[in-house]
Design a protein around this ligand. Structure first.
Ligand code: PLP
Length: 319
């Protein structure tokens, strides 16, 4: 079909209005291509390799009651990811810090989910050589979001373990926070089909790996264990290790089998999107007596208390 014979653009079926309506986007402020924008106007080209190939790295921090939580650790991970993917942005770390603070301050959110992204971008000559791409930096602040809702935080999540295997660390470096989520999303659909509320997927050896946006811990005989292999080293996971050290709890990163999970005294998941979140059922069966356990409760309490500690958090200055 020639271009002239193609349907005129005005006759294309109209797009559902919701897709154009700024109210469809959460209220927030983004920074891209050198300017601050309302969330609804922050858009990238479909030719950006970040979109076409998931060729991107990112990090998500959160702000709670007006304070960033462990932003330095998120910046370390983001910079490490860009280095490993051979990406560069035209901003220094202090400038990115300022941009993130500005996004939050301009949004007015006291509790926010704050993302920084570097995409491969594209080459001005459409070269397929990634070395010729101009990398793109984007940041935004939107309202805080959580993996678990209020009810689930109180009574625990029901997790289903999917047979889906997380992409091998030999293929995609899991220490680089990335948008390779097809395995995690498949795991989520498997979990929904099995009656679960969220998913855990496996590593290539059949052990438990991680879930869509979270790490997992088991508590057994007072000690903590979280998978070591093929997972993102989460900042919340790191916070659990730091809290465990402060409170003389033993915590190790090593293989967690499916039997370790179902036979645990307590299970919880960890994410910047929600913090430490209890799991009280796995594959339909209760963990211990099916209520949120004492170690999980204590860690949840300590974790949220650290949000006002200047050693763990920094104040945003709002206009
Ligand atoms: N694992 C994956 C695959 C993730 O995407 C995330 C966060 O988005 C996590 C774990 C948890 O990491 P963090 O605690 O840094 O939010």
């Amino acid at each position: 079909m020639t271009l002239a014979a193609a349907q005129p653009v005005t006759m294309l079926p109209s797009v559902d209005d919701r897709h154009r309506d700024p109210r469809h986007y959460p209220h927030g402020v983004a920074f891209m291509d050198g300017q601050y924008l309302p969330m609804s106007e922050a858009k990238i080209s479909v030719l950006d390799w970040g979109f076409l190939h998931s060729d991107a790295t990112y990090d998500t921090a959160h702000v709670w009651e007006g304070r960033f939580f462990r932003l330095d650790l998120h910046l370390d991970r983001f910079w490490g990811g860009m280095e490993r993917l051979r990406m560069k942005i035209p901003y220094l770390r202090e400038e990115v810090t300022e941009i993130l603070h500005n996004c939050v301050a301009l949004s007015g959110h006291k509790s926010a989910y704050v993302e920084m992204i570097c995409t491969r971008g594209g080459s001005p000559t459409f070269s397929r050589d990634p070395r010729q791409s101009e990398n793109r930096f984007i940041a935004f602040a939107v309202p805080f979001g959580s993996v678990a809702n209020k009810e689930q935080l109180e009574h625990g999540l029901h997790v289903s373990v999917s047979e889906t295997v997380r992409i091998s660390p030999k293929s995609v470096d899991p220490t680089v926070k990335n948008y390779h989520w097809l395995d995690l999303v498949k795991g989520l659909f498997d979990a929904f089909d099995a009656g679960g509320e969220t998913a855990l997927i496996l590593d290539e050896n059949g052990n438990v790996a991680e879930g869509p946006g979270f790490n997992v811990f088991v508590v057994k005989d007072g000690g903590l264990r979280t998978p070591a292999f093929g997972v993102l080293p989460g900042i919340t996971r790191r916070s659990v290790f730091d809290l465990a050290a402060e409170t003389n709890l033993k915590a190790v990163a090593e293989d967690v089998s499916r039997a370790d999970l179902s036979g645990a005294d307590e299970v919880f998941i960890t994410s910047t999107a929600g913090g430490i979140m209890p799991v009280t059922r796995v594959d339909g069966a209760p963990i211990s007596d099916g209520t949120v356990g004492p170690v999980t409760k204590r860690l949840m309490d300590l974790y949220w208390k650290k949000h006002s500690d200047p050693a763990w958090s920094t104040q945003v200055s709002y206009p």
